[in-house]
Design a protein around this ligand. Sequence first.
Ligand code: ZN
Ligand code: ZN
Length: 112
Amino acid sequence: MLKDPSRRYMPRAEPDPQLWHGTLGGYTNHHCKCDECVAAHRAYCANARAERVASTPWDEIPHGTANGYNNYRCRCEPCKGAMAAARTSWPSAKNRDRRKERSDSMVGMGDG
Ligand SMILES: [Zn+2]
Ligand SMILES: [Zn+2]
């Protein structure tokens, strides 16, 4: 049996990807962006945010900021106002998609 030359060198003993795929470590440690790792990271973020929101007293929320609106789910007037202001300053709101108009020139040979 011939050995595959591409497997000759091993920089170090990497953990089996099957072990960390679909875990938070796959996303944060291995920077994997596969569906399972992203889903694990999302679940972690949602959980962490829920815990932070639950453990943060009302007067410690950064009111009047988009941070308070987004991360603390605050819907007080200052937070809503800050979020509205942040939205208008987003570059994505300024950039409109430009459609290129294509002019197709077709040469018909008229061959029935
Ligand atoms: Zn992955
Ligand atoms: Zn607020």
